[in-house]
Design a protein around this ligand. Sequence first.
Ligand code: ADP
Length: 912
Amino acid sequence: MAKAPSPLDTPMMRQYLEVKAERPDCLLMMRMGDFFEAFLDDAVELSRITGVALTSRNKDSDHPIAMAGVPHFSFPGHLPKLLAAGKRVAIMDQLEDPKEAAKDGRSLVRRGLTRVITAGTLIDEVDAGGGANHLVAITASEGVIGIAALDVSTGRFTVEEAGSPPQLALALSRLQPSEVVVPEELRDSPEAMARLANAFASIGASAPISGLAAYAWKGGDARRFLCERLKVGSLDGFGIGGGEDHLAAAAAAAMRYAEGALRIGGDGSLRLHETMDGGGTGALAHVRALTRLHHAEHLVIDASCRRNLDLLRNSRDGGRDGTLLGAVDRTKTAPGGRLLAEWLSRPLAQAAGIGARHDAVSLLVAGDSLRADLRDLLAEVYDLERLLARIATARGNARDLVQLRRSLAAAERVRGSMRGQPLPALLAEAAEALVPDAALAVEIARLLVDDPPIAIGEGGMVRDGADAELDGLRAIRTDAGEWLASYQRREAEACGLAKLKVGYNKVFGYYIEISKANGEKVPPHFVRKQTLVGAERYITPELKEYEDKALGAEDRIRARELALFGALRDRAADAVGALQRCATALAVIDVVAGLAEAARKGDWCRPVVDDSQELVLEECRHPVVEQVVGRGLFVANDTALRAASSEPQVPRLAVITGPNMAGKSTYIRQVALAVILAQAGSFVPARAARVGLVDRVFTRVGAGDELARNLSTFMVEMAETAAILNHATRRSLVVLDEVGRGTSTFDGVSLAWAITEHLHDRIGCRSLFATHYHELVDLAADRPGIANLTVAVAEQDEDVVFLHRIVPGAATKSYGIHVARLAGVPATVVARAREVLATLEQLNVSLTERERPAVRTDAAANGRPAAMQLTLFQANESATLQRLKALDLDGVAPRDALALLYELKKAAQTEA
Ligand code: ADP
């Protein structure tokens, strides 16, 4: 008995399965007509993830094949879902025009793998104007970690080193990778993967991780590969030294992985569909330079700090609302927006570089009309970096070139408006790099129409009059109408048939139609082609000849347009290095103009940034909260801190107590934000500011407002606190909010106490600590480096108004009942709470009095002369009595004893 043929054994399924066997790791989608189709398991996956209908091929047979597909134009809409689900998507496209196959009598169009799309290698699939998209390659050798980050969509390429897993986490939190590549042996090692997963967990992010074969990471090969791709003789120019193979390896691996995804197509030739383009060594033609990052040059901001301060993304939905970036971003171009995010995310740590940025911003703050001109011009610039990436990798269409032309024209005018101005270095440099390729712009304008179609294979891109050959071909097409009319007239006269008609259809081409009734008048040179109900259709040698010419013209027009366009795109691709420098210069100008705009509109000041240990902010505001509550309603506040100051009047650490909702968090955050803005090169929302360089900003924000508190969140809090205490230096800025609240009161207050002591006594850095623990107020008693601050409250009868003004001193009341009333707790409950409070205050006892232990500071450990106790733990005991009890009489010199006695007596009197 003959075996039933397998439904998989069809030419088309064989084509699909062959490629699938090549890339089993990918979800494979095959272009069929206007659809991308997936089969078998991939169809099931596609349907599950995107929700498109799952159908089947050969429905009626015994072995239907699962199939699911999406129209090609809606594919980009589905792609993000597939990538978010961790999929790699392989695209199998048609490698020839179906007509060619038909010409050769083949029923099956040649198809092949043209692209693998992964989350970290998006190029023409990214949204224009979106943020950076990093593919990150990580390798480790002898305890040093090399980290390369490549944004394929713009060509930005950086490499850096991490000395430890926490440093790796720092880099990852800044880069927010979309995809990570590691050596295969790491990918296969559960321990290594667990460590990487931990690093990601610690920054609250995740990304798909791929392995790349060992050979790709070999130091020497990696160097050769990079030199060849980046067209340099050695990597020294990029700051990668001879001993830094781990950096070369990471960089080479990132490029190799991206090339592997974009590689396909091989010959890089121009094809009908954009997805077929690119390939080979040209796949990353737009990646021209590698930038080495040095951490010592930057203000370090770790993941929790980014999160706590909502720098680039908010904690709510990861969007820009309520973020520092959202509040200061006045850029006009997408590359400008991305560069600003980079500046904010990696502020500088050296006064010279920061000053250079401030000089540039100052010029445009003062120059209202120059700033306005520049910003108007910048608004006409497209996302140049991404345009250039597409153009250099042979993915760009005619629209991209037209947008390039418009951007270059705007750049030329930007250069014009900067000419003759006394420019500070940063802007002078940018202006110099601004060499918009005028000849290229002219060539694009000459050749391409202003509004070309998206598809490059269908004609309509090139202007009339731009190319003689094309004009000739187009004339044939235009003349067609006339020629046919005159031919029809001629034949009608010759046969004496007024009703003779020349027509056209797709299957038979041109024909002459004559009704059956007139059949006897048909001349002998008419050859019958088709019989209809009431008529016959004929062809003549002359008509056939015309048909060949006319239809050929259509094909030749398209081919000619494609060739002209291709040459122009190649010409632009050749200039991509200079064009990218121009794009970078525009981005810098855009960021500077945007910062100047923010400063001017917000009335911000130029901060003095120097090597001092100061942090002085006068009338400083929180840039985000101010926008929410409204300009003029926000209450500005001062700050003055000096690290390890010997002058008692300038504290290094401030303890801020005050009721809930009074503005403590806002205050301490605004200080951190002002430092970040200042070191990023921005002006700051204050009347005056002096920032002694900060090496690292730490924040620890207790989830005081979170409902669900449990041990694990407390663990996280303590882990973050540990990181601060272990890594902060005298140059750091530490901002703590409600630390210790995740545990019992005693544990919490004790920890908060000890942490504050450590910061003050040991580290000596500038710190702000907002807390509910009023006990901490006592720390200032014998530590001149600690100041107590509170938030002013106005009380009138039953009404309480939070003034949001930070004043010296400690909070006396918590106003919890007031906040409860504001929050809508029923009046009867509020009234009853007042009664209870009054009773308690009269009794002057706290509810947990009996449980409270006496806590001593560790006098021996911190080397202080006298120990003191937490007075509030023992509300009934006088401070003098405690001092007396704690006094180490053997340690007091006889001649000091009398003075001490007088002092204690005086204190006891005032207490009484
Ligand atoms: P706390 O940390 O003391 O509980 P927040 O800092 O969260 O209080 O501030 C609570 C609210 O008070 C903010 O959301 C804001 O609306 C308002 N607020 C805080 N600081 C100011 C200020 N300086 N000026 C005006 N309003 C402020």
